[in-house]
Design a protein around this ligand. Sequence first.
Ligand code: SAM
Length: 188
Amino acid sequence: MSKVVIALLHHPVLDRQGAVITTAITNLDLHDMARSACTFGVGAFYIVHPVAAQRELAERVKAHWVDGSGAKRIPTREPAMSLLRIVPAIEDVYASEGGRANVDVYVTSARGEGRTVMSYPEARVKMRESARTPLVLFGTGWGLAPALIETSDAFLAPIDGASATGYNHLSVRAACAIILDRLLGTRE
Ligand code: SAM
């Protein structure tokens, strides 16, 4: 099984009205998702952003924690932040992973209505058996754009809450940790 890789997309994602937008990078996303990725043995954590200035910001954050004073102050953050790969578009992720034909793309969302969703046990088996690299996509804003979801290979079952009110508004950071545990965690 190839190592799972993950990507956080800032475009194409949706806004509250359902329009396709580009979101700004959130520093907390970089740290928290990198730490989850490192904890679960993920091979790379791609940050996808079309705006060069935003990519430069992410590169500076990475450099601080991998080569700079951050690495000296909190050495345990270095292996996590070293997983960051900052790229302009999802196509760059595919290219880095041997091309789209070499990748199994799994998408995530809180909204699975009308979708054929894949359970986590099923995804674990597919990841183990497939010769292609498993790539799990996470969105920002109000979620991944439909065009991206339509071209994916699997729609991972939404994490369902248990709130009596039906409240289900996880941060992408929390959702990433839960999903990686379900896919790669070693304890039931
Ligand atoms: N509500 C939108 C959605 O889930 O698509 C956006 C929520 S959050 C700001 C953005 C990302 O977190 C989503 O694109 C998805 O990757 C992840 N996410 C949030 N809640 C989730 C859930 N209940 N199940 C699976 N993924 C979730």
